[in-house]
Design a protein around this ligand. Structure first.
Ligand code: AHM
Ligand code: MG
Length: 334
């Protein structure tokens, strides 16, 4: 019988990839994995909210969805606080960076940026949602409280990043810069098991994922690229297939496994688009590159963009290298 490898075993085994490893990163990743299981449990009960909800707390339409955002945020923050290896957290749910100013956390080496529950508007329809996380080494002096600039680092400084997809099964996918590996949760035993070792993008693909209702507001280059996606050319598998869930984690995950490009461009109304550079685009870009793909804002490598603020937005394109480069050609041409 084949030996099953759990997420915890895998993380510990891989510690050796970092010659000066102290075990702190291992512990943070493990803490995130554990918090993820609690979020998985609540996400799976979401549909029962109106049936099981306590009077006055969970019966209002939509309140459970908001509560899940808050629940997930609290789970991750509490796990990172209790773990003691994280000095500060930037979360989509918190306007300011959370500085964990206490004697233990002030001695921590790492800071974390997280989107605790991405695509949460999909919860009420029982559609896949996700968590996105990323870990940096702090730049400020160890032993002092961390600060916002510890989070405002380019993605080239990322130590680890990953996501969890709460889909038909729950999967955690992460990288520490040595390839991408995916773990599926076996809920009966509560363990993440290595199910997708060394995930690689296909060389190219035939899926494109974009909210096409924004098309009239897109830049001309994007409109032209979409026209290209629609054209008939069997030699390049066109017309491409449209797939758009509206949960970035789910769209990106499918496209990485099956071969497709994900687009969230800027529009006339919102030139920087919708997605947040720090805790949505950069972690996904690190995964993309580690899986042999590419992530760009149309002209720049996402990982090289220096963020100015934690909630900054960016146009975002991610997929197999060949597909993203084709899109960039259109952008250069216009
Ligand atoms: P959220 O962080 O508020 O959940 O928004 C991010 C989500 C992404 O998961 C998804 O790709 C995008 O919003 C969908 O936006 P739209 O409805 O404009 O297509
Ligand atoms: Mg989000």
């Amino acid at each position: 019988m084949k030996k099953l490898i759990t997420l915890t075993e895998f993380i510990i085994d891989r510690q050796g990839e970092f010659p000066d490893a102290s075990g702190d990163l291992t512990r943070i990743l493990n803490d995130i994995g554990i918090a993820t299981k609690f979020v998985h449990r609540e996400v799976n009960k979401a549909g029962l909210a109106d049936i099981l909800g306590m009077e006055g707390t969970e019966n209002v339409q939509g309140e459970q969805q908001k509560k899940l955002d808050v629940y997930a945020n609290n789970q991750f923050i509490n796990a990172l606080k209790a773990g003691g290896q994280c000095a500060a957290i930037a979360s989509e749910e918190n306007e300011e960076v959370i500085i964990l100013d206490n004697p233990i956390s002030n001695n921590a080496k790492y800071v974390v940026a997280i989107d605790p529950l991405d695509g949460s508007s999909n919860i009420e329809a029982n559609v896949s949602i996700g968590t996105v996380f990323s870990i940096y080494k702090r730049k400020s002096l160890i032993g002092t409280p961390a600060n916002e600039s510890d989070l405002l680092q380019p993605g080239t400084e990322l130590v680890a990043a990953g996501y969890t997809i709460y889909g038909s099964s729950t999967m955690l996918v992460y990288t520490t810069g040595h390839g991408v590996n995916g773990f599926t949760l076996d809920p009966s035993v509560g363990l993440f098991i290595l199910s997708h070792p060394d995930i690689r993008y296909p060389e190219s693909g035939n899926i494109y994922s974009v909210n096409e209702s924004n098309r009239i507001y897109f830049p001309e280059a994007i409109k032209a690229y979409l026209q290209f996606c629609h054209e008939d050319d069997p030699s390049t598998k066109r017309p491409y297939i449209t797939r758009y869930i509206g949960s970035m984690v789910a769209d990106v995950h499918r496209n990485m496994l099956l071969g497709g490009i994900f687009l969230y461009p800027g529009t006339i109304k919102k030139p920087q688009g919708k997605l947040r550079l720090l805790y949505e685009c950069k972690p996904m870009a690190f995964i993309a590159e580690q899986a042999g793909g590419k992530a760009s804002d149309g002209t720049r490598r996402i990982l090289e963009i220096h963020p100015d603020s934690i909630h900054q937005r960016s146009p975002f394109f991610m997929g197999p290298k060949a597909m993203v480069e084709k899109l960039e050609e259109f952008i250069r041409f216009f």
